[in-house]
Design a binder for this molecule. Structure first.
Ligand SMILES: Nc1ncnc2c1ncn2[C@@H]1O[C@H](COP(=O)(O)OP(=O)(O)OP(=O)(O)O)[C@@H](O)[C@H]1O
Length: 265
């Protein structure tokens, strides 16, 4: 079932897309701006194919999170339509786990909300913790876990929603470089094992190139699709791979140009 916002709902047995963004614009009230509104996204058209991993890259404030929120259905576009294959799962920089619950119970709560019966919840939570390589964390409370472990639990909880599309907004930005590197590997492995579609927001060019099959660069003020790159490099990749570094340099140059054009920084 494909759900479409600001458009007509469409039934599809085999979805042709995980997310479809068509001619989407978004403006917010802004006192002092011409017409009293600030145009943040301008005529964005973007599909995420089933099973595809797309990173959305752009300078700070260009509208990446705004676009992700629209795909998540947390907000509505001012113009255009957004459709997804079912309800997406979300993961943010802040883990947003309930601190009074254990890691396992945080995941079981997501399973409960999905309608999974009590006897299966514990077993499924353990399977998901194993998938994120946190087999022994079921009984641990959030404060007992490191930042990286918390993000693993948050990922397991997102996976518990059994969505076909995972939306990630800078999920590893607050982690140290080594932990982030390990989680890149884990995310790539989980994406390949599950066949999920992923739309991943970042302003880190190397992270975008390391993870994605396609990198979409947004321009700033207003956000428009400036350029896209298909990343054909074999997975798993390393941040220090020369091909990753080369493509990152090319994209960084383009991003610099965008920032210069819009007079930021
Ligand atoms: N609810 C809102 N009301 C008013 N303005 C908003 C709202 N949400 C976002 N904006 C504005 O939209 C612009 C884009 O913000 P957004 O958070 O989408 O950018 P971003 O690319 O994700 O930035 P960053 O990389 O810094 O997180 C900013 O100028 C922001 O102030």
């Amino acid at each position: 079932m494909a759900t479409t916002m600001a458009g007509t709902a469409e039934d599809t047995t085999t979805a042709e897309y995980a997310a479809r963004v068509e001619h989407v614009s978004k403006s917010f009230p802004a006192p002092g701006a011409p017409g009293g509104r600030q145009l943040v996204l301008d005529d964005i058209t973007l599909d995420v194919a089933p099973g595809e991993f797309v990173t959305l890259l752009g300078a700070s404030g260009c509208g990446k999170s705004t676009l992700l929120n629209l795909v998540a259905g947390l907000d509505r576009p001012s113009a255009g339509t957004v459709g997804t294959d079912g309800r997406p799962a979300l993961m943010f920089q802040e883990h947003a786990l309930f601190p009074w619950l254990t890691a396992g119970k945080n995941i079981e709560l997501a399973l409960k909300l999905r309608g999974v019966g009590k006897p299966e919840r514990r077993q499924e939570a353990e399977r998901l913790l194993e998938l994120v390589r946190l087999k022994d964390a079921h009984g641990k409370r959030v404060h007992e876990l490191s930042g990286g472990m918390r993000q693993r639990v948050a990922l397991a909880r997102a996976l518990a929603q059994d969505s076909r599309l995972l939306l990630m907004d800078e999920p590893f930005a607050a982690l140290d470089a080594i932990t982030r590197d390990v989680l890149h590997d884990e995310l790539t492995r989980i994406w390949r094992e599950t066949g999920l579609s992923v739309l991943f927001v970042t302003h880190n060019v190397r992270e975008a190139v390391r993870l994605a099959q396609r990198v979409v660069l947004l321009s700033s003020r207003p956000g428009r699709i400036a350029r896209q790159w298909t990343v054909g490099l074999p997975q798993p990749r390393r941040l220090e791979d020369s091909a990753v570094a080369e493509l990152s340099a090319e994209i960084t140059e383009e991003l610099r140009g965008e920032i210069r054009r819009h007079g930021q920084h």
